[in-house]
Write a protein that binds this ligand. Sequence first.
Ligand SMILES: *[C@@H]1O[C@H](CO)[C@@H](O)[C@H](O)[C@H]1NC(C)=O
Ligand SMILES: *[C@@H]1O[C@H](CO)[C@@H](O)[C@H](O)[C@H]1NC(C)=O
Ligand SMILES: *[C@@H]1O[C@H](CO)[C@@H](O)[C@H](O)[C@H]1NC(C)=O
Ligand SMILES: *[C@@H]1O[C@H](CO)[C@@H](O)[C@H](O)[C@H]1NC(C)=O
Length: 223
Amino acid sequence: MADPKPSAPLNGAYYGPPIPPYAIPRRRRHSCCGGLLSSLLKLIVTIVIVLGIAALVLWLIFRPNKIKVYVEDATLTQFNLTNSNNNMLLYNLSLNVSVRNPNKKIGIYYDYIESLAIYDDSRFGFQILPTFYQGHKNTTILSPVFASQNILLGDAPATYAREKTEGFYNIEVKFYMSVRLKAGIFKTHHIKPKFDCNVRLPAPSASSLKTTPFERVKCDVDY
Ligand SMILES: *[C@@H]1O[C@H](CO)[C@@H](O)[C@H](O)[C@H]1NC(C)=O
Ligand SMILES: *[C@@H]1O[C@H](CO)[C@@H](O)[C@H](O)[C@H]1NC(C)=O
Ligand SMILES: *[C@@H]1O[C@H](CO)[C@@H](O)[C@H](O)[C@H]1NC(C)=O
Ligand SMILES: *[C@@H]1O[C@H](CO)[C@@H](O)[C@H](O)[C@H]1NC(C)=O
């Protein structure tokens, strides 16, 4: 009724029939496109579900277990703070840190790995370690050595003064890395785990060196 002009030339004097010829094609066109859209949507949803199930199955088959990290041994031969010289710390810290890949079917590419030595939130040492590939059920020993001098910031000098009298220093060693997991022919994108180790070491002195055997320390592993 809204468009009597285009219907008038086709249907002459009739008032009733003009409406269906316009209404039906419109409705059919509408239902055709809606159908195409909904079947496309169904296809996409199906693909997403299938991919999700495939990922879940792969995950269950390969079951990635967390990397296990321990400080096996640590030696502090120098840790001298000179307050007269801007809180300059002279340090020599070396560690052996074992990194175990407990997975049966996953290999790990360590494409980048750096280690940091921190004393009471003040970072004093930094070292980039060699990259490596770690096979299934394999253990690798990382041996960072921090030996140089650096300024201690914030509360660290006060903590140093206190711990010096106690005879022990609490030092944090962190590892940041970029790794890829490999399972069969599949490789993941880069993921960035980090290891966090806290060691308590005797103040260096002629008598303390190697008199107290180091007890291995478990490190936190986060992804
Ligand atoms: C650091 O301190 C130790 C003892 O605490 C001492 O034997 C050593 O000579 C000092 N090193 C330096 C460079 O001052
Ligand atoms: C690390 O291990 C190597 C080989 O076993 C050993 O020679 C070295 O003294 C160790 N380092 C530390 C800091 O214990
Ligand atoms: C660990 O990896 C090294 C180097 O790839 C290899 O020589 C060694 O045999 C591996 N050990 C085990 C237990 O697979
Ligand atoms: C650090 O100590 C080790 C012994 O543990 C020694 O071989 C090395 O020369 C020292 N490095 C520095 C820079 O003092």
